[in-house]
Structure formats: structure tokens, C-alpha cells
Design a protein around this ligand. Structure first.
Ligand code: ADP
Ligand code: MG
Length: 329
């Protein structure tokens, strides 16, 4: 199969059928097949764009199921749109595939395509173009979304005294990796939960929409809470303190029976794709209401302080981390 047959069979046809479907994504004047896609932004909206590359055996095990790899690739990109408060519209896909590989077969591509479009339909985002090359397996996805003019969740909006919060649980990404890579024994229920967390991270669109008028700053946790919160600190020209005891840890993470390891994973593990956000004291009643009504699962884990950098405390004592988060270089 040549490059063009591959594109047509696994991407163009599926994309066209999605665009003809009932809940078809908006604004695609011209999709896959020409030199460029032609896209129409909704009125009064700004374009939010983000791109991420996933390299085999760095970001995912190359031997993983192709549909899991594709779903994860799209979902982690969608997480960036969610963290900005954007609504998904379109995406492009640059695929690098090894030639003459034993496992990148037509069946692999079919599975990949199925996983990709399953996630695309779930989040109503249309594949509008891409690139296909040969080389070591890697997947680059660029997502585009819409925000109402200027109404976004940025990293630079935190103020002194704002509370630092996270959605749901932190630390599951690292726990999942331990289960996947080191075949740690946990109950079936916990293993399945962590597997889902890793391959099907949930971009927090709903949470972000609830937080739009409450949070002063936000981002998604991809490289570890401490490392990512540090981005908010730098952008907002402040420091932060995390109270380690208040980190929300899932039952699966606690089932490792190693609280200190769980806390370290929660602080610097990465791959959580939860939101980390800051809330001014005067907005805390609004946040508390959402939590009490069961509309939002979130926890206060710290506070913005003067200075720079993120420090962690456990029972009033400094809690030292060797590593602040995942770094590529
Ligand atoms: P060009 O040489 O003009 O860049 P290509 O041959 O790379 O065009 O691609 C042909 C068409 O197929 C373009 O519309 C491009 O966006 C699309 N395309 C290529 N690879 C992919 C892919 N992996 N997924 C989706 N669309 C793709
Ligand atoms: Mg090209």
C-alpha cells in the first residue's frame, strides 16, 4: 500500500464520514485531500492551537494496542484545549511510521484509525489534514479549538494568596506507568482503572467550563503537579506551597500501600491530565458550592506565595523531591 492509499483508506474516508454525520464538527469548508484544509471560525471566537508529539517508547510503549495509542494521542492534545477553556473544532495528524516493520501492518493502521476516530467522535473534533512519513514511530497531533474572545484560562493570572487546587486525583499517571511497565500486582479493578487513566485520559472540558469564572489561572498536569504548577508560578511571578497531606489520591494509588511513593508520584509523576488551577479567596465560596453540589471534584492543595518556585510541606516540615517533573532534555 502506498502513502496515498494509506491516507485514503485509514484517514480520509473516516474523516469524510464523520463530517457527514449528524453531529458533524463545524466549519470544515475543505478537509483532507488538497494542499491545505480550509476552515471557518465561528463568529466572535478566537482560535486556540496546540501541538504535541508522542514518540514510541518515550511517551507510550510501542507494543501497546494501536487503538489505545491513537486514543491517548488525541486525548492528551484535547487536554490542552480543555485546560485553556476552548471548545474542540479540528485537528491534524502527522504520522511517522517505520518501514518494513513487523508490527505496523494494515491491521495496526486499521486499529489506530478506529481508536483515533472513536475519540474524535466522542469530543466532536474533525481530522482535517496531516502528513505521512517514514521513520521511527511517532505521532504528532495539532488540535484547534474555539474560545470566546479573550475568555480563556491562562497561566499568568494567579495572585498572591490564591488557593492552588487540582481536579479529581493526582498520581494515577505514574501509578499506571508502573503497572504497565513493571507489571506491579494490583487487583483487577485497580489495574483496569489505571489502564484506563493512562490510555483514555479525560480532557477536563466540563470542569474547565465550570471554572471559567472562578479560576484565576489554570493548566493541565502533563509533566507532574510540581513542574506544571511552577509554570503558573513563573507566568504569574509568584511562588507556591503545596501541602502534601492534602493531595487527592485515588483508591488504586493507595492500594500500592506506600503512601510516600504515592505522594511523590502525585507531586512529580506526570501524565495525570487533571487541571491545576488557582482560585482567589473571594471565589472560594463558589468553588465550595460546586464541590458540595457534586458538580465538580476538586481539592485545595496549596497556596500562592511571594517569591518563586514550588515548595512542598508535610506536617509543616519541608518535603523534598529529587525530581520536579518530567523533562525531555
Ligand atoms: P502535500 O504533499 O501537498 O503536503 P500530502 O501528500 O502530504 O500533501 O497529503 C495529501 C493530503 O492528505 C493533504 O490534504 C494532507 O493534509 C492529507 N494527509 C496526509 N497525511 C495525513 C494523515 N496522516 N492524516 C490525515 N490527513 C493526511
Ligand atoms: Mg505533506
Amino acid at each position: 500500500m502506498n502513502e496515498f492509499q494509506l491516507i485514503q483508506q485509514f484517514f480520509q474516508r473516516e474523516s469524510a464520514s464523520q463530517l457527514l454525520g449528524e453531529a458533524a464538527p463545524e466549519g470544515v469548508l475543505l478537509g483532507i485531500g488538497d494542499d491545505c484544509a480550509l476552515l471557518q471560525m465561528p463568529a466572535q471566537q478566537q482560535l486556540a492551537v496546540s501541538v504535541d508529539t508522542l514518540v514510541a517508547d518515550v511517551h507510550f510503549p510501542a507494543s501497546a494496542n494501536a487503538d489505545d495509542i491513537a486514543e491517548r494521542a488525541l486525548r492528551v492534545n484535547l487536554s490542552d484545549l480543555a485546560a485553556m477553556g476552548a471548545t474542540p473544532l479540528w485537528f491534524t495528524l502527522a504520522l511517522t511510521l517505520p518501514k518494513n516493520s513487523d508490527f505496523i501492518t494494515e491491521a495496526w493502521l486499521r486499529n489506530f484509525s478506529q481508536g483515533l476516530f472513536r475519540a474524535a467522535r466522542e469530543f466532536n473534533i474533525a481530522l482535517v489534514g496531516g502528513d505521512t512519513t517514514s521513520g521511527p514511530l511517532s505521532i504528532t497531533i495539532q488540535v484547534m479549538g474555539a474560545v470566546e474572545n479573550g475568555n480563556v484560562l491562562r497561566r499568568d493570572g494567579a495572585s498572591l494568596g490564591d488557593f492552588v487546587c487540582v481536579t479529581n486525583f493526582v498520581g494515577d499517571g505514574a501509578a499506571a506507568l508502573a503497572v504497565i511497565q513493571r507489571s506491579v500486582q494490583l487487583s483487577d479493578e485497580h489495574t483496569q482503572y489505571l489502564h484506563e487513566q493512562f490510555y483514555k485520559p479525560r480532557p477536563r472540558f466540563h470542569e474547565a467550563s465550570l471554572l471559567r469564572n472562578i479560576a484565576s489561572a489554570a493548566l493541565d498536569i502533563s509533566d507532574g503537579l510540581v513542574g506544571d504548577l511552577n509554570h503558573i508560578c513563573e507566568a504569574s511571578d509568584l511562588g507556591a506551597i503545596i501541602d502534601v497531606e492534602s493531595l487527592p489520591l485515588s483508591p488504586a494509588l493507595l492500594a500500592f500501600n506506600n503512601l510516600e511513593q504515592a505522594q511523590r508520584w502525585a507531586l512529580s509523576g506526570g501524565d495525570d491530565y487533571e487541571l491545576c488551577f488557582t482560585v482567589p479567596p473571594e471565589k472560594m465560596p463558589d468553588l465550595a458550592m460546586l464541590i458540595a453540589e457534586g458538580k465538580l471534584h476538586a481539592s485545595v492543595v496549596g497556596e500562592m506565595v511571594s517569591g518563586s518556585g514550588v515548595s512542598c510541606e508535610l506536617n509543616g516540615e519541608p518535603f523534598l523531591l529529587q525530581q520536579q517533573g518530567y523533562q525531555h532534555f
